[in-house]
Write a protein that binds this ligand. Structure first.
Ligand code: ACO
Length: 453
């Protein structure tokens, strides 16, 4: 099969949020720390009526309905998540309820776990299935969802929640480019969830940023060298550079880190430039010509210089992808794909046909990859994909703003009742968006049942 990639996308987020300006006041931090310092405006969160299963049930139902997809046409389904309710039973197996009516039980795939990277791993596996000898002509479905919550403290404003579902198959409007994927995987304790009784991670914030930026450097340089061999570059150009991406998307723990990451790619290009060319290509930057990437993760001078240098490129190629990250927060596994959706619904979208989008996926622990998507030249195929995302912006505006006090109470309720059985959820269901699946009850054997609004 040719042109394997993403044929349809659905994204969901909670119907309620807490405002980051109000959260700054409530937490007693300086004004602007969350909104300017981290670049976050609103944070979506779930009460006790939603869990990872309900989010994934909702996103898959909506994808199938909105795009008129037959449940019998799916042959592979994989879920990427780090929101675990069960050490054995997969979220995928819960989703099989949706396929019952169709009689389709012949669906490969289970769950894939590694922090925020699971969605990308599921996507790579789905693409591999379509390209493999096991493929039977049907579509693959990739689901990524998480409820990102942190204990009280400096990490709490970087939470969020949501889910994404993507239909994978041949002749797609968003084609995964072959032979250029670059990964960087190693052992690190930057963010992990060792306490199986808690929904909160153990986080070394500073180390997580260093790991993220270092993974970005490695993936980008490897991507560039693979791309230089695989992709047609202009005559005489040997190195793939930032300017060959028309848009660059990143996993977004918070928007400010993404802006720093784009600057970091420019720093990588700079470091790989022949020293003789620096005065002409980067006038005024000669003083940085000996910097080493590993010494610059927290170097203020380097950071500022390259943030300034890349400002225009950031506005053009990355900022349009940050809408959902800014409005909902870090969704963990769906975060990067929220970036893709944001780009597709941005005003730049009609300029996207035929263009190349670079994507960087990062999951703590750590697993990371950079890859690229080529957007089809076929305007009507592209519009078929994007027209089914036109509800997203209006839906963001329909959410309810909840006070930080109320938000904190809901977090405490989730803490108290996490893994409780039997349990009858207390939260109201009338605030949920139409079509949302919600947790009905948990019986004394921890079996969860769901209903739909
Ligand atoms: N106005 C404007 N900016 C401000 C203000 C203010 N009043 N106060 C602080 N800032 C800036 C700071 O200067 C800093 O920006 P800078 O680094 O560009 O200088 C930023 O706001 C954050 O302030 P810090 O003091 O660095 O924040 P803190 O250390 O309290 O927490 C952190 C930030 C570490 C990101 C924390 O939220 C966290 O641990 N989050 C979870 C981990 C995470 O998301 N890691 C990223 C990769 S791993 C992953 O995806 C989970």
């Amino acid at each position: 099969p040719e042109n394997v990639g993403i044929r349809a996308i659905e994204l969901i987020f909670p119907s309620q949020y807490v405002d980051q300006t109000e959260l700054e006041k409530y937490d007693g931090v300086s004004e602007g720390k969350y909104t300017i310092g981290l670049g976050q405006a609103k944070m979506g969160f779930c009460g006790d009526r939603e869990d990872i299963n309900s989010l994934c049930l909702t996103v898959v139902s909506k994808l199938m309905e909105r795009n008129n997809i037959d449940y019998g046409s799916i042959g592979h389904l994989e879920v990427g998540t780090e929101t675990l309710l069960d050490k054995s039973k997969s979220v995928k197996s819960v989703l099989m309820q949706l396929f019952e009516k169709s009689g389709n039980t012949d669906i490969e795939g289970v769950d894939t776990i590694n922090a925020c990277y699971g969605g990308t791993a599921a996507l790579f596996n789905a693409v591999s299935w379509v390209e493999s000898s096991a493929w039977d002509g049907r579509f693959a479905l990739v689901v990524a969802g998480d409820i990102a919550v942190y204990a009280k403290g400096s990490a709490r404003p970087t939470g969020g929640a949501g889910a994404i579902a993507m239909l994978i198959g041949p002749d797609a409007p968003l084609v995964m480019e072959r032979g250029v994927r670059a990964s960087y995987m190693r052992h690190a304790y930057d963010f992990y969830k060792p306490d199986l009784s808690s929904q909160y991670p153990t986080v070394d914030g500073k180390l997580s940023i260093q790991c993220y930026l270092s993974a970005l450097d490695h993936c980008y340089q490897l991507y560039c060298s693979k791309a230089a061999k695989m992709l047609p570059l202009e005559n005489g150009v040997k190195r793939f550079q930032l300017n060959y991406f028309d848009a660059v998307l990143f996993h977004s723990p918070y928007c400010k880190l993404v802006q720093k990451s784009l600057a970091r790619l420019m720093l990588n290009d700079f470091i790989l430039t022949d020293k003789k060319e620096i005065p002409t290509k980067y006038p005024g930057f000669e003083k940085f010509s000996d910097v080493k990437l590993e010494e610059t993760y927290f170097d203020r001078d380097v950071e500022k210089a390259f943030m300034d240098l890349s400002k225009k490129v950031f506005e053009e190629k990355t900022k349009p992808s940050l809408l959902l990250a800014n409005q909902v927060g870090n969704m963990y596994t769906p975060s990067l794909y929220g970036g893709l959706v944001s780009l597709l619904i941005s005003k730049n979208s009609d300029m996207l046909t035929g263009k190349r989008v670079g994507l960087f996926s990062y999951g703590s622990g750590l697993a990371s990859s950079m890859y690229s998507i080529r957007v089809t030249n076929d305007v009507s195929a592209f519009e078929n994909l994007t027209k089914n995302l036109s509800h997203i912006k209006p839906l963001l505006e329909k959410r309810r703003c909840i006070s930080p006090e109320e938000f904190t109470k809901m977090m405490e309720l989730r803490e108290r009742t996490h893994h409780k059985a039997p349990y009858a959820p207390e939260g109201p269901i009338d605030g949920l968006f139409p079509g949302t699946w919600y947790l009905h009850e948990i019986d004394d054997m921890h079996r969860r049942t769901y209903k739909r609004v």
